[in-house]
Design a protein. Structure first.
Length: 403
């Protein structure tokens, strides 16, 4: 991440925080909290590599420290979350400031300044409307992990017409791709520093975003708009077959909707994205039905089904252009917080399928174990994205200790 933005951001946030702390009298004491997660992880890719120099075994270790302090009766807060991973793949060895922001809340408004993570969306298989943060692509396959985004966020909440979020995003962060030894990559190793921008201001283009959300009885609805450097690079090819990529300037309008009816959750996410190089519509729609307390001891089993559509066809970076997703979420609701998520995505126009399982369980008061598997089955050679990952089915095991 650019050192200038880190330094300036830290100075500004610390100045706001300590200036506000010094203004408090002795009766307005502060509360502090610190937590450190240390994770040992092992990923095993059981098929022979598709490209030269790729490895099969990937042991790694990650550190996630979190610190927060609040004062002024809890109305002002400083939150800090760091991250560092050491891995066999040089590109997956990375660090990040996930969050470092000052927050002030008063009556119906809230102000956040700094690096922060913001999540939008309701779907399980693909988070279309979630565009504020850049994806940490080397950290996970499903795009759930995000980089910290420099921002100023102002939120105003009303009882009758919902809440309004306004975002000023002064700096764009590039997506990192796997290195030469890594899996889940293209035949040519992509260096994030080689990716260019459509905007002459490059990563310093000043982006903006807006979100409105409200609920009406059983309906929870959100409307969003983003204008600025896209978070997904656009891939093109030259006459020699080389991959070129750049970040276009985009306008993206999104809708997320969830309807709760008894044991049913009906979900919809849709976006329309326009740019000089590419306009397209995408959506994911589905439902979740939960059988609650089946065994009388808290066992919940949810059934999920979603349809995914993307007008970009094979050029969709997420490779989900006309697919269906089926899955099950199993929550034991025990003292160990045991949960399992099983799912599969099938392409309706080809033989391509992706199967997955994620399971977590807590041990004692400070240990957590996770198991994850991703299986790529019968991947069509015409799939631009997935065809590169056809030999990259993997198992992942991790155990975390919290201090």
């Amino acid at each position: 991440m650019n050192k200038k933005i880190i330094f300036n951001g830290i100075i500004l946030i610390l100045f706001l925080s300590f200036n506000s702390l010094n203004a408090q009298d002795e009766e307005k004491k502060s509360n502090q909290d610190f937590e450190l997660e240390i994770e040992a992880e092992y990923r095993y890719f059981y098929d022979d590599a598709a490209f030269n120099n790729q490895k099969q075994h990937f042991p790694s270790i990650a550190f996630t420290p979190e610190y927060s302090i609040n004062w002024n009766k809890g109305y002002e807060t400083l939150n800090v979350t760091g991250f560092f991973r050491l891995d066999v793949d040089d590109e997956r060895t990375h660090w990040d400031i996930r969050e470092l922001y000052y927050q002030k809340a008063k009556n119906k408004w809230e102000l956040n300044i700094g690096l922060k993570k913001v999540y939008w969306g309701v779907a399980e298989s693909n988070h279309l409307v979630d565009i504020i943060n850049q994806t940490d692509a080397v950290e996970s396959f499903d795009g759930e992990d995000k980089l910290g985004q420099p921002m100023v966020q102002f939120t105003y909440t009303t009882n009758k017409i919902g809440s309004f979020d306004f975002f000023y995003l002064p700096y764009h962060r590039k997506r990192t791709f796997s290195g030469e030894k890594g899996r889940l990559r293209f035949p040519l190793v992509i260096d994030k520093d080689d990716l260019t921008y459509e905007s002459a201001a490059e990563e310093w283009r000043q982006d903006v975003a807006f979100r409105w959300k409200h609920y009406f009885g059983a309906f929870d609805v959100g409307l969003t708009h983003f204008y600025g450097n896209g978070r997904e690079p656009l891939f093109t090819f030259d006459q020699l077959g080389n991959i070129n990529a750049f970040y276009p300037v985009i306008n993206q309008t999104g809708l997320d909707l969830q309807i709760t009816h008894n044991a049913f959750l009906w979900k919809l996410e849709s976006i329309y994205r326009s740019a000089k190089a590419q306009d397209f519509f995408a959506m994911v729609a589905g439902l979740e039905f939960t059988f609650s307390n089946i065994d009388g001891n808290g066992l919940d089993i949810g059934l999920l089904g979603e349809y995914l559509y993307d007008e970009r066809d094979e050029l969709a970076l997420n490779a989900l252009q006309n697919d269906v997703f089926f899955g099950s979420r199993i929550a034991f609701n025990d003292t160990q917080d045991t949960s399992i998520l099983i799912g599969g995505i099938s392409d309706l126009e080809s033989s391509s399928k992706i199967f997955s399982i994620e399971a977590t369980r807590r041990f004692g008061s400070s240990w957590t174990a996770e198991v994850e598997a991703r299986i790529f089955s019968n991947i069509d050679v015409n799939e631009f994205i997935l065809s590169n990952f056809r030999e990259d089915s993997f198992l992942r095991f991790s155990i975390s200790k919290y201090f």
